[in-house]
Design a protein around this ligand. Sequence first.
Ligand SMILES: [Zn+2]
Ligand SMILES: [Zn+2]
Length: 371
Amino acid sequence: MVRPLNESDDNKTPRATMKALVFHAPHNVALEEMPMPTIMHATDAIVRITTTSICGTDLHILHGDVPTISAGRILGHEGVGIVEEVGANVLDFHVGDKVLISLITSCGRCSFCRKGMFSHCRTGGWLLGNSIDGTQAEYVRIPYADTSLYLLPPEVDDEAAVMLSCNLPTGLECGSISGKVKPGDVVAIIGAGPVGLAVLLTAQLYSPAEIIMIDLDDNRLETARLFGATQVVNSMDGKATEQIMALTRNAGVDVAIEAVGLPATFDICQSIIAPGGRIAIVGVHGTSVELHLERLWAANISLTTRLVDTGSTPMLLKMVQTGNIDAKKLVSHRFKLSEIIKAYDTFGNAAREHALKVIIKEDLFCNPPPR
Ligand SMILES: [Zn+2]
Ligand SMILES: [Zn+2]
């Protein structure tokens, strides 16, 4: 027996399965029927996903770069939805609430959570679409619902809200806050993908004098200009460092934010950083880099790494709600859940498709009518 989404009639027979994107092996994912999630702990909630998205991290998973993912895992860590069911100990959320799902699950009680380092929660952290089933599905189980979900005001658009699951807090916390962007700074952001653009949007909250955006793709650089970059540099010629030094009259930059995750892009950061500058790592690095301490040991620079903790999410939600951040402009494409493989292809070929963030909406056609 199955029941359709939005069921409100007397047919309370639970559905047995749902559509979900399942990882089988690198380069092998499929949209298939999976068992419906159920409450496993009294602090869990089940959320019906109305809007989800694909993250650059999902592409790393697809390419086999994330060894913690096991075969059979439902992918996805970004989402907005409606609470469908709550465990007995969930106090702050109720069936029917519209919620934002944070990529970081946090217990709120462990030593790391008490320090605000929710990403290192001893029984939480980045679980969704990693060590537990994620949001690229019709339904998802959210552990520690009270401390891992946010109630969404009705006026906040779903597509803008889903940028708050991962993209905007990552850009703000790992980029703009770690890099200590301040009024008058010259900031360079290496990588104009969705996370680099999130850094660009949030860095402007601190009134830097210049934001130089560096990427290989002219379309993304054009978008960066529209989003507020004051200068853009195409690094295709391998001479990004020379171009940035020329733009800064050989002074270098106060803040260099690495939003790609490659040795070459880290190298640009350490080549352009001015004395007293800050290098903030946002990109996911899979290999070691060469740190030129022979040049930097006396330059008073600092280098930061971190996972996103999502402590900034309530503030960002307010800024999106009041229109101070236009999160929706990060969205370039929209698909239904039944088209998610096509959505991955579009996002995975971002330069060809001119793609930023791709939105995946719930798809009523995924749900067979009641029999
Ligand atoms: Zn993400
Ligand atoms: Zn914790």
